[in-house]
Design a protein around this ligand. Structure first.
Ligand code: FAD
Length: 473
Protein backbone atom coordinates (compact mmCIF):
# COMPACT_ATOMS: atom_id res chain seq x y z
CA UNK A 1 0.00 0.00 0.00
CA UNK A 2 1.38 3.42 -0.92
CA UNK A 3 1.90 6.06 1.74
CA UNK A 4 -0.59 8.28 -0.10
CA UNK A 5 -3.18 5.59 0.38
CA UNK A 6 -2.16 5.05 3.99
CA UNK A 7 -2.54 8.74 4.62
CA UNK A 8 -5.93 8.92 2.97
CA UNK A 9 -9.03 9.64 4.92
CA UNK A 10 -10.61 6.35 3.92
CA UNK A 11 -11.65 4.56 7.03
CA UNK A 12 -13.52 1.48 6.02
CA UNK A 13 -13.18 -1.92 7.62
CA UNK A 14 -13.54 -5.13 5.61
CA UNK A 15 -16.85 -6.91 5.22
CA UNK A 16 -20.14 -5.97 6.78
CA UNK A 17 -18.62 -4.94 10.09
CA UNK A 18 -18.89 -1.33 11.15
CA UNK A 19 -16.52 1.08 9.51
CA UNK A 20 -13.70 2.43 11.60
CA UNK A 21 -14.32 6.12 12.00
CA UNK A 22 -11.85 8.79 11.08
CA UNK A 23 -12.97 11.01 13.88
CA UNK A 24 -14.53 10.54 17.27
CA UNK A 25 -16.53 12.75 19.56
CA UNK A 26 -18.11 15.97 18.38
CA UNK A 27 -15.64 16.54 15.60
CA UNK A 28 -16.31 18.90 12.72
CA UNK A 29 -15.40 17.54 9.34
CA UNK A 30 -15.46 19.14 5.91
CA UNK A 31 -15.64 17.35 2.55
CA UNK A 32 -15.82 18.59 -0.98
CA UNK A 33 -18.50 15.98 -1.71
CA UNK A 34 -20.91 14.33 0.72
CA UNK A 35 -23.37 11.56 -0.15
CA UNK A 36 -26.19 10.96 2.33
CA UNK A 37 -27.18 7.31 1.96
CA UNK A 38 -25.04 4.30 1.18
CA UNK A 39 -27.09 2.13 -1.19
CA UNK A 40 -27.09 1.49 -4.92
CA UNK A 41 -27.00 5.15 -5.97
CA UNK A 42 -24.18 5.97 -3.54
CA UNK A 43 -22.05 3.05 -4.78
CA UNK A 44 -22.41 4.05 -8.43
CA UNK A 45 -21.81 7.71 -7.56
CA UNK A 46 -18.59 6.72 -5.76
CA UNK A 47 -17.43 4.74 -8.81
CA UNK A 48 -18.21 7.70 -11.07
CA UNK A 49 -16.38 10.16 -8.78
CA UNK A 50 -13.34 7.86 -8.91
CA UNK A 51 -13.61 7.69 -12.71
CA UNK A 52 -13.77 11.51 -12.86
CA UNK A 53 -10.51 11.93 -10.92
CA UNK A 54 -11.58 12.11 -7.27
CA UNK A 55 -8.76 12.92 -4.83
CA UNK A 56 -8.25 11.37 -1.39
CA UNK A 57 -10.25 12.95 1.47
CA UNK A 58 -12.69 14.64 -0.89
CA UNK A 59 -15.68 12.29 -0.59
CA UNK A 60 -17.62 11.10 2.43
CA UNK A 61 -20.52 8.61 2.30
CA UNK A 62 -22.81 8.50 5.32
CA UNK A 63 -24.93 5.38 5.55
CA UNK A 64 -27.28 3.99 8.17
CA UNK A 65 -26.67 0.53 6.68
CA UNK A 66 -24.17 -1.89 8.18
CA UNK A 67 -22.57 -2.80 4.85
CA UNK A 68 -20.78 -0.96 2.07
CA UNK A 69 -23.02 -0.18 -0.94
CA UNK A 70 -24.36 -3.37 -2.54
CA UNK A 71 -26.68 -4.41 -5.34
CA UNK A 72 -29.93 -4.49 -3.36
CA UNK A 73 -31.87 -6.61 -5.93
CA UNK A 74 -29.67 -9.60 -5.03
CA UNK A 75 -31.31 -9.76 -1.59
CA UNK A 76 -34.57 -11.25 -2.86
CA UNK A 77 -32.91 -13.45 -5.48
CA UNK A 78 -29.40 -14.94 -5.15
CA UNK A 79 -29.19 -14.23 -1.40
CA UNK A 80 -32.13 -16.54 -0.63
CA UNK A 81 -31.06 -19.49 -2.79
CA UNK A 82 -31.02 -22.88 -1.01
CA UNK A 83 -27.59 -23.66 -2.48
CA UNK A 84 -24.61 -21.43 -3.33
CA UNK A 85 -26.36 -18.27 -2.15
CA UNK A 86 -24.90 -14.87 -3.01
CA UNK A 87 -22.97 -13.28 -0.15
CA UNK A 88 -20.97 -10.09 0.30
CA UNK A 89 -18.41 -9.06 -0.82
CA UNK A 90 -19.52 -10.69 -4.09
CA UNK A 91 -22.38 -8.31 -4.88
CA UNK A 92 -21.17 -4.89 -3.89
CA UNK A 93 -22.30 -2.22 -6.35
CA UNK A 94 -20.91 -2.48 -9.91
CA UNK A 95 -20.20 -6.21 -9.32
CA UNK A 96 -21.69 -7.08 -12.72
CA UNK A 97 -20.36 -4.12 -14.66
CA UNK A 98 -17.59 -5.28 -17.00
CA UNK A 99 -14.31 -3.55 -16.21
CA UNK A 100 -15.69 -1.82 -13.09
CA UNK A 101 -13.77 -1.86 -9.82
CA UNK A 102 -14.68 -4.34 -7.08
CA UNK A 103 -16.15 -1.92 -4.55
CA UNK A 104 -14.90 -3.65 -1.42
CA UNK A 105 -13.51 -1.94 1.67
CA UNK A 106 -10.05 -2.06 0.09
CA UNK A 107 -11.29 -0.10 -2.92
CA UNK A 108 -12.89 2.65 -0.80
CA UNK A 109 -9.72 2.79 1.27
CA UNK A 110 -7.55 3.08 -1.80
CA UNK A 111 -9.71 5.88 -3.22
CA UNK A 112 -9.48 7.81 0.05
CA UNK A 113 -13.26 7.76 0.43
CA UNK A 114 -14.50 8.02 4.00
CA UNK A 115 -17.50 5.71 4.44
CA UNK A 116 -19.32 6.12 7.73
CA UNK A 117 -21.44 2.99 8.17
CA UNK A 118 -24.16 2.55 10.82
CA UNK A 119 -24.34 6.34 10.87
CA UNK A 120 -27.68 8.12 10.57
CA UNK A 121 -28.00 11.69 9.38
CA UNK A 122 -30.43 13.32 11.79
CA UNK A 123 -30.66 16.86 10.45
CA UNK A 124 -29.58 18.84 7.43
CA UNK A 125 -29.08 22.56 6.87
CA UNK A 126 -29.19 23.06 3.10
CA UNK A 127 -28.30 26.78 3.10
CA UNK A 128 -25.62 26.33 5.78
CA UNK A 129 -24.26 23.28 3.87
CA UNK A 130 -24.00 21.18 7.00
CA UNK A 131 -25.49 18.11 8.63
CA UNK A 132 -25.59 16.31 11.95
CA UNK A 133 -25.20 12.54 12.18
CA UNK A 134 -25.25 9.94 14.93
CA UNK A 135 -23.10 6.81 14.96
CA UNK A 136 -22.83 3.97 17.49
CA UNK A 137 -20.74 4.76 20.49
CA UNK A 138 -22.60 7.08 20.52
CA UNK A 139 -20.63 9.42 18.31
CA UNK A 140 -21.83 12.70 16.92
CA UNK A 141 -20.65 14.11 13.60
CA UNK A 142 -21.01 17.67 12.38
CA UNK A 143 -20.15 17.61 8.69
CA UNK A 144 -20.00 20.41 6.15
CA UNK A 145 -19.84 20.08 2.37
CA UNK A 146 -19.33 21.94 -0.89
CA UNK A 147 -21.58 19.56 -2.88
CA UNK A 148 -24.29 17.28 -1.51
CA UNK A 149 -25.76 14.17 -3.13
CA UNK A 150 -28.97 12.89 -1.54
CA UNK A 151 -29.28 9.12 -2.00
CA UNK A 152 -31.53 8.08 0.88
CA UNK A 153 -33.61 5.67 -1.23
CA UNK A 154 -36.91 4.29 -0.01
CA UNK A 155 -38.34 3.02 3.21
CA UNK A 156 -40.63 0.04 3.56
CA UNK A 157 -44.32 0.49 4.11
CA UNK A 158 -44.85 -1.34 7.36
CA UNK A 159 -47.86 -3.15 8.81
CA UNK A 160 -46.88 -2.07 12.31
CA UNK A 161 -50.41 -0.81 13.07
CA UNK A 162 -51.84 -4.30 12.52
CA UNK A 163 -52.64 -6.41 15.60
CA UNK A 164 -49.84 -8.89 16.30
CA UNK A 165 -47.36 -7.11 14.00
CA UNK A 166 -44.55 -7.48 16.56
CA UNK A 167 -44.57 -11.29 16.55
CA UNK A 168 -41.44 -13.20 15.62
CA UNK A 169 -41.45 -14.70 12.15
CA UNK A 170 -42.86 -11.57 10.49
CA UNK A 171 -40.13 -10.19 8.24
CA UNK A 172 -39.50 -7.32 5.84
CA UNK A 173 -36.76 -7.11 3.24
CA UNK A 174 -34.78 -3.99 2.43
CA UNK A 175 -31.28 -4.41 3.88
CA UNK A 176 -28.69 -7.15 4.03
CA UNK A 177 -29.35 -7.40 7.78
CA UNK A 178 -33.03 -8.10 7.06
CA UNK A 179 -32.00 -10.63 4.38
CA UNK A 180 -29.95 -12.44 7.06
CA UNK A 181 -33.03 -12.46 9.32
CA UNK A 182 -35.10 -13.91 6.47
CA UNK A 183 -32.51 -16.63 5.78
CA UNK A 184 -32.66 -17.58 9.47
CA UNK A 185 -36.47 -17.54 9.50
CA UNK A 186 -36.58 -19.76 6.40
CA UNK A 187 -34.50 -22.35 8.30
CA UNK A 188 -36.74 -21.97 11.36
CA UNK A 189 -39.87 -22.41 9.23
CA UNK A 190 -38.36 -25.47 7.54
CA UNK A 191 -37.44 -27.07 10.84
CA UNK A 192 -41.01 -26.52 12.10
CA UNK A 193 -42.37 -27.91 8.81
CA UNK A 194 -44.32 -24.67 8.69
CA UNK A 195 -45.95 -22.63 5.96
CA UNK A 196 -44.97 -19.24 4.61
CA UNK A 197 -47.40 -16.44 3.81
CA UNK A 198 -46.17 -13.69 1.53
CA UNK A 199 -48.20 -10.48 1.75
CA UNK A 200 -48.00 -8.59 -1.54
CA UNK A 201 -47.80 -9.76 -5.13
CA UNK A 202 -45.61 -7.28 -6.95
CA UNK A 203 -41.78 -7.14 -7.03
CA UNK A 204 -40.82 -8.22 -3.53
CA UNK A 205 -43.82 -10.50 -3.05
CA UNK A 206 -43.23 -12.38 -6.29
CA UNK A 207 -39.47 -12.68 -5.80
CA UNK A 208 -39.71 -13.73 -2.16
CA UNK A 209 -42.46 -16.26 -2.90
CA UNK A 210 -40.36 -17.73 -5.69
CA UNK A 211 -37.24 -17.78 -3.47
CA UNK A 212 -38.83 -19.36 -0.38
CA UNK A 213 -40.64 -22.22 -2.22
CA UNK A 214 -37.42 -23.98 -3.41
CA UNK A 215 -36.54 -24.52 0.28
CA UNK A 216 -39.37 -27.06 0.39
CA UNK A 217 -41.74 -24.66 2.19
CA UNK A 218 -45.42 -24.31 1.23
CA UNK A 219 -46.01 -20.72 0.15
CA UNK A 220 -49.27 -18.77 -0.10
CA UNK A 221 -49.21 -15.28 -1.55
CA UNK A 222 -51.86 -12.68 -0.77
CA UNK A 223 -52.60 -10.22 -3.60
CA UNK A 224 -54.73 -7.13 -2.98
CA UNK A 225 -55.67 -6.98 -6.68
CA UNK A 226 -57.24 -9.50 -9.00
CA UNK A 227 -53.94 -10.61 -10.55
CA UNK A 228 -50.15 -10.59 -10.22
CA UNK A 229 -48.35 -7.26 -10.58
CA UNK A 230 -51.11 -5.28 -12.35
CA UNK A 231 -48.98 -2.12 -12.27
CA UNK A 232 -46.54 -3.53 -14.83
CA UNK A 233 -48.12 -6.67 -16.32
CA UNK A 234 -50.96 -6.97 -18.83
CA UNK A 235 -53.64 -9.51 -17.81
CA UNK A 236 -52.10 -12.02 -20.24
CA UNK A 237 -48.63 -11.64 -18.74
CA UNK A 238 -50.04 -11.93 -15.20
CA UNK A 239 -51.74 -15.20 -16.18
CA UNK A 240 -48.46 -16.64 -17.48
CA UNK A 241 -46.65 -15.99 -14.18
CA UNK A 242 -49.64 -17.10 -12.09
CA UNK A 243 -49.50 -20.44 -13.95
CA UNK A 244 -45.75 -20.66 -13.32
CA UNK A 245 -46.22 -19.97 -9.60
CA UNK A 246 -48.93 -22.66 -9.50
CA UNK A 247 -46.54 -25.12 -11.18
CA UNK A 248 -44.14 -24.50 -8.30
CA UNK A 249 -46.90 -25.21 -5.79
CA UNK A 250 -47.43 -21.58 -4.79
CA UNK A 251 -51.02 -20.59 -4.05
CA UNK A 252 -52.16 -17.04 -4.76
CA UNK A 253 -55.15 -15.58 -2.92
CA UNK A 254 -56.46 -12.57 -4.84
CA UNK A 255 -58.61 -9.55 -3.95
CA UNK A 256 -57.81 -9.87 -0.26
CA UNK A 257 -55.60 -8.18 2.35
CA UNK A 258 -53.81 -9.25 5.50
CA UNK A 259 -55.41 -7.56 8.52
CA UNK A 260 -53.88 -9.08 11.64
CA UNK A 261 -51.45 -11.67 12.93
CA UNK A 262 -52.17 -14.26 15.62
CA UNK A 263 -49.63 -15.64 18.09
CA UNK A 264 -48.89 -19.35 17.77
CA UNK A 265 -48.64 -19.36 21.58
CA UNK A 266 -44.87 -18.96 21.68
CA UNK A 267 -44.43 -15.36 20.61
CA UNK A 268 -44.19 -16.40 16.97
CA UNK A 269 -46.69 -15.76 14.23
CA UNK A 270 -49.06 -18.72 13.85
CA UNK A 271 -51.83 -17.33 11.64
CA UNK A 272 -52.39 -14.45 9.26
CA UNK A 273 -56.00 -13.31 9.21
CA UNK A 274 -57.25 -11.74 5.99
CA UNK A 275 -59.94 -9.09 5.50
CA UNK A 276 -62.26 -11.77 4.08
CA UNK A 277 -61.91 -13.67 7.36
CA UNK A 278 -59.72 -16.37 5.79
CA UNK A 279 -57.14 -17.68 8.29
CA UNK A 280 -53.77 -18.74 6.89
CA UNK A 281 -51.60 -20.82 9.20
CA UNK A 282 -47.92 -19.95 8.92
CA UNK A 283 -44.68 -19.77 10.86
CA UNK A 284 -43.06 -17.32 8.45
CA UNK A 285 -44.69 -14.22 7.00
CA UNK A 286 -42.90 -11.98 4.50
CA UNK A 287 -44.43 -8.53 4.15
CA UNK A 288 -43.83 -6.89 0.76
CA UNK A 289 -46.48 -4.20 0.49
CA UNK A 290 -44.42 -1.45 -1.08
CA UNK A 291 -42.04 1.40 -0.36
CA UNK A 292 -42.08 5.17 -0.23
CA UNK A 293 -39.24 7.66 -0.66
CA UNK A 294 -37.10 8.14 2.47
CA UNK A 295 -37.15 11.94 2.57
CA UNK A 296 -38.31 12.87 6.11
CA UNK A 297 -35.01 14.70 6.70
CA UNK A 298 -35.76 17.15 3.95
CA UNK A 299 -39.37 18.05 4.84
CA UNK A 300 -39.74 21.82 4.91
CA UNK A 301 -36.21 22.23 3.51
CA UNK A 302 -36.58 20.98 -0.05
CA UNK A 303 -39.71 20.75 -2.23
CA UNK A 304 -41.49 17.39 -1.96
CA UNK A 305 -43.66 16.05 -4.79
CA UNK A 306 -47.07 14.45 -4.18
CA UNK A 307 -45.37 11.07 -4.69
CA UNK A 308 -43.24 11.89 -1.64
CA UNK A 309 -39.92 12.21 -3.50
CA UNK A 310 -37.82 15.38 -3.55
CA UNK A 311 -38.92 17.39 -6.55
CA UNK A 312 -35.96 17.99 -8.85
CA UNK A 313 -35.53 19.54 -12.29
CA UNK A 314 -33.90 17.92 -15.32
CA UNK A 315 -30.47 18.52 -13.79
CA UNK A 316 -31.54 16.47 -10.71
CA UNK A 317 -31.26 19.56 -8.49
CA UNK A 318 -34.18 20.37 -6.16
CA UNK A 319 -36.52 22.91 -7.71
CA UNK A 320 -35.68 26.37 -6.38
CA UNK A 321 -32.24 25.28 -5.10
CA UNK A 322 -30.11 25.46 -8.21
CA UNK A 323 -27.41 27.50 -6.51
CA UNK A 324 -27.00 25.14 -3.54
CA UNK A 325 -25.12 22.36 -5.37
CA UNK A 326 -27.48 19.68 -4.08
CA UNK A 327 -28.37 16.69 -6.24
CA UNK A 328 -30.97 13.97 -5.61
CA UNK A 329 -30.57 10.51 -7.09
CA UNK A 330 -32.33 7.14 -7.10
CA UNK A 331 -35.58 6.35 -5.29
CA UNK A 332 -35.59 9.65 -3.38
CA UNK A 333 -35.93 11.81 -6.52
CA UNK A 334 -39.17 12.87 -8.20
CA UNK A 335 -37.75 13.91 -11.56
CA UNK A 336 -39.17 14.96 -14.96
CA UNK A 337 -39.21 11.89 -17.21
CA UNK A 338 -38.43 13.44 -20.57
CA UNK A 339 -39.78 10.44 -22.46
CA UNK A 340 -43.17 10.95 -20.87
CA UNK A 341 -43.36 14.62 -21.77
CA UNK A 342 -41.50 15.70 -18.63
CA UNK A 343 -44.06 14.18 -16.20
CA UNK A 344 -42.77 14.09 -12.65
CA UNK A 345 -41.93 10.48 -11.74
CA UNK A 346 -40.61 8.57 -8.75
CA UNK A 347 -38.80 5.60 -10.21
CA UNK A 348 -37.96 3.00 -7.56
CA UNK A 349 -35.80 0.78 -9.73
CA UNK A 350 -32.17 -0.03 -9.69
CA UNK A 351 -31.26 1.15 -13.19
CA UNK A 352 -32.49 4.66 -12.42
CA UNK A 353 -30.43 4.67 -9.20
CA UNK A 354 -27.32 3.73 -11.21
CA UNK A 355 -27.87 6.14 -14.09
CA UNK A 356 -29.00 9.12 -12.00
CA UNK A 357 -25.91 8.64 -9.82
CA UNK A 358 -23.63 8.73 -12.84
CA UNK A 359 -25.43 11.75 -14.28
CA UNK A 360 -25.32 13.72 -11.00
CA UNK A 361 -21.60 13.13 -10.51
CA UNK A 362 -20.82 14.07 -14.11
CA UNK A 363 -22.87 17.21 -13.56
CA UNK A 364 -20.97 18.10 -10.39
CA UNK A 365 -17.70 17.50 -12.24
CA UNK A 366 -18.88 19.67 -15.16
CA UNK A 367 -19.01 16.70 -17.53
CA UNK A 368 -22.77 16.25 -18.08
CA UNK A 369 -24.50 17.63 -21.10
CA UNK A 370 -28.25 18.16 -21.33
CA UNK A 371 -30.89 17.03 -18.88
CA UNK A 372 -31.16 13.61 -17.27
CA UNK A 373 -32.86 11.43 -19.89
CA UNK A 374 -33.88 8.09 -18.40
CA UNK A 375 -35.23 5.23 -20.48
CA UNK A 376 -37.51 3.22 -18.17
CA UNK A 377 -36.25 -0.32 -17.55
CA UNK A 378 -37.70 -2.94 -15.21
CA UNK A 379 -36.58 -6.50 -14.66
CA UNK A 380 -37.08 -9.36 -12.30
CA UNK A 381 -36.22 -13.04 -11.93
CA UNK A 382 -38.32 -15.83 -10.44
CA UNK A 383 -37.38 -19.55 -10.48
CA UNK A 384 -35.48 -20.01 -13.76
CA UNK A 385 -37.50 -17.26 -15.43
CA UNK A 386 -36.39 -13.71 -16.13
CA UNK A 387 -38.35 -10.83 -17.61
CA UNK A 388 -37.43 -7.38 -18.82
CA UNK A 389 -39.48 -4.35 -19.77
CA UNK A 390 -38.00 -1.39 -21.62
CA UNK A 391 -39.80 1.86 -22.35
CA UNK A 392 -43.47 2.53 -21.83
CA UNK A 393 -46.19 -0.07 -21.34
CA UNK A 394 -48.68 2.43 -22.76
CA UNK A 395 -50.95 1.73 -25.72
CA UNK A 396 -51.99 -1.66 -27.03
CA UNK A 397 -50.00 -4.85 -26.45
CA UNK A 398 -49.03 -6.90 -29.52
CA UNK A 399 -47.99 -10.35 -28.32
CA UNK A 400 -45.28 -12.54 -29.83
CA UNK A 401 -43.44 -15.77 -29.08
CA UNK A 402 -44.44 -19.01 -27.48
CA UNK A 403 -45.49 -19.14 -23.83
CA UNK A 404 -45.20 -22.93 -23.75
CA UNK A 405 -41.49 -22.54 -24.56
CA UNK A 406 -41.09 -19.83 -21.93
CA UNK A 407 -40.06 -17.28 -24.53
CA UNK A 408 -42.66 -14.67 -25.28
CA UNK A 409 -43.53 -11.04 -24.82
CA UNK A 410 -45.29 -8.07 -26.29
CA UNK A 411 -44.65 -4.75 -27.94
CA UNK A 412 -46.62 -1.79 -26.66
CA UNK A 413 -47.81 0.20 -29.66
CA UNK A 414 -49.57 3.52 -30.05
CA UNK A 415 -50.18 5.79 -33.04
CA UNK A 416 -48.17 3.50 -35.34
CA UNK A 417 -45.07 3.47 -33.11
CA UNK A 418 -43.58 0.91 -30.74
CA UNK A 419 -43.27 2.60 -27.33
CA UNK A 420 -42.05 -0.29 -25.21
CA UNK A 421 -41.32 -3.98 -25.16
CA UNK A 422 -41.71 -6.72 -22.57
CA UNK A 423 -40.05 -10.12 -22.91
CA UNK A 424 -39.65 -13.27 -20.86
CA UNK A 425 -36.55 -15.31 -21.61
CA UNK A 426 -34.72 -12.73 -23.78
CA UNK A 427 -30.97 -13.28 -24.30
CA UNK A 428 -28.50 -10.49 -23.49
CA UNK A 429 -28.29 -9.52 -27.17
CA UNK A 430 -32.06 -9.51 -27.47
CA UNK A 431 -32.26 -7.33 -24.37
CA UNK A 432 -29.93 -4.81 -26.03
CA UNK A 433 -32.20 -4.86 -29.10
CA UNK A 434 -35.27 -4.35 -26.87
CA UNK A 435 -33.57 -1.34 -25.36
CA UNK A 436 -32.86 0.09 -28.83
CA UNK A 437 -36.51 -0.31 -29.82
CA UNK A 438 -37.78 1.42 -26.68
CA UNK A 439 -35.22 4.18 -27.22
CA UNK A 440 -35.94 4.74 -30.92
CA UNK A 441 -39.73 4.20 -30.84
CA UNK A 442 -39.79 2.95 -34.47
CA UNK A 443 -42.85 2.70 -36.67
CA UNK A 444 -43.94 -0.73 -37.87
CA UNK A 445 -45.59 -2.26 -40.91
CA UNK A 446 -48.54 -3.99 -39.28
CA UNK A 447 -49.42 -5.58 -35.96
CA UNK A 448 -49.45 -8.99 -37.66
CA UNK A 449 -45.87 -8.62 -38.87
CA UNK A 450 -44.81 -7.35 -35.48
CA UNK A 451 -46.42 -10.36 -33.80
CA UNK A 452 -44.82 -12.75 -36.30
CA UNK A 453 -41.34 -11.23 -36.11
CA UNK A 454 -41.24 -10.80 -32.33
CA UNK A 455 -37.76 -10.01 -31.04
CA UNK A 456 -36.35 -10.37 -34.60
CA UNK A 457 -38.05 -7.03 -35.25
CA UNK A 458 -36.13 -5.54 -32.33
CA UNK A 459 -32.86 -7.09 -33.53
CA UNK A 460 -33.33 -5.67 -37.04
CA UNK A 461 -34.05 -2.19 -35.65
CA UNK A 462 -30.97 -2.38 -33.42
CA UNK A 463 -28.74 -3.57 -36.29
CA UNK A 464 -30.01 -0.86 -38.63
CA UNK A 465 -29.38 1.78 -35.95
CA UNK A 466 -25.90 0.42 -35.32
CA UNK A 467 -25.07 0.46 -39.06
CA UNK A 468 -26.44 4.02 -39.35
CA UNK A 469 -24.30 5.23 -36.45
CA UNK A 470 -21.21 3.47 -37.85
CA UNK A 471 -21.73 5.06 -41.26
CA UNK A 472 -21.89 8.51 -39.64
CA UNK A 473 -18.52 8.14 -37.89
C1 FAD B 1 -35.13 -6.88 -1.96
C2 FAD B 1 -35.15 -5.89 -3.09
C3 FAD B 1 -35.13 -6.34 -4.40
C4 FAD B 1 -35.15 -5.44 -5.46
N1 FAD B 1 -35.14 -5.93 -6.74
C5 FAD B 1 -35.17 -5.07 -7.78
C6 FAD B 1 -35.14 -5.56 -9.13
O1 FAD B 1 -35.16 -6.76 -9.36
N2 FAD B 1 -35.14 -4.65 -10.14
C7 FAD B 1 -35.14 -3.29 -9.90
O2 FAD B 1 -35.15 -2.50 -10.84
N3 FAD B 1 -35.14 -2.80 -8.63
C8 FAD B 1 -35.17 -3.65 -7.57
N4 FAD B 1 -35.18 -3.16 -6.28
C9 FAD B 1 -35.20 -1.70 -6.07
C10 FAD B 1 -33.78 -1.12 -6.06
O3 FAD B 1 -32.95 -1.88 -5.23
C11 FAD B 1 -33.84 0.34 -5.60
O4 FAD B 1 -34.56 1.06 -6.58
C12 FAD B 1 -32.44 0.93 -5.42
O5 FAD B 1 -31.76 0.27 -4.39
C13 FAD B 1 -32.53 2.41 -5.11
O6 FAD B 1 -31.24 2.90 -4.87
P1 FAD B 1 -31.02 4.18 -3.92
O7 FAD B 1 -29.57 4.43 -3.86
O8 FAD B 1 -31.94 5.26 -4.32
O9 FAD B 1 -31.54 3.68 -2.50
P2 FAD B 1 -31.07 2.47 -1.61
O10 FAD B 1 -30.31 1.47 -2.39
O11 FAD B 1 -32.29 2.02 -0.88
O12 FAD B 1 -30.08 3.14 -0.57
C14 FAD B 1 -30.52 4.10 0.37
C15 FAD B 1 -29.47 4.22 1.43
O13 FAD B 1 -29.71 5.36 2.22
C16 FAD B 1 -29.44 5.05 3.58
N5 FAD B 1 -30.16 6.05 4.39
C17 FAD B 1 -31.46 6.40 4.35
N6 FAD B 1 -31.71 7.40 5.22
C18 FAD B 1 -30.52 7.70 5.81
C19 FAD B 1 -30.12 8.65 6.81
N7 FAD B 1 -30.97 9.50 7.37
N8 FAD B 1 -28.82 8.66 7.19
C20 FAD B 1 -27.92 7.81 6.64
N9 FAD B 1 -28.25 6.90 5.68
C21 FAD B 1 -29.54 6.85 5.28
C22 FAD B 1 -29.92 3.61 3.71
O14 FAD B 1 -29.33 2.95 4.78
C23 FAD B 1 -29.40 3.04 2.39
O15 FAD B 1 -28.06 2.67 2.52
C24 FAD B 1 -35.18 -4.05 -5.20
C25 FAD B 1 -35.21 -3.59 -3.87
C26 FAD B 1 -35.21 -4.49 -2.83
C27 FAD B 1 -35.26 -4.00 -1.41
Amino acid sequence: MTSAVKGAAAAVTEGVAAAAQKTVGDAQEHYRYVIVGGGVGAGYAAAEFAECGLKANELCIISSDQALPYERPALSKGYLKPSSPARLPNFHTCANTPGAPKQTAAWYFKQGIDVKLKTRVTSVDIKGKSLEAEAPGPRHHHITWDNLVIATGSKLISMDKAEGSGLKGIVYLRTVGEADDLVQEIQECKSRKGHCVVIGASYIGMECGASVAPHGIDVTMVASGDRLFPRLFTPEISTFYEDEFAKHGIKIIKNDRAERFVDAGNGRVGTVVLKSGTKLPCSLCVVGVGVKPEVELFKGKLPLADSGGIQVDGSLRPVGHKADSVYVIGDAAAFPLLRRGGDLQNVQHVQHARESAQYAVQSIMGKASGDYDYLPFFYSREFDLGWKLYGDQAGEPVYFGDKAEGKFGCFFVKDGKVLGVFAEGASDDEAKAMRAVADLRPSFQSKDTLARQGLDFATKIAEADHAHKRAKT
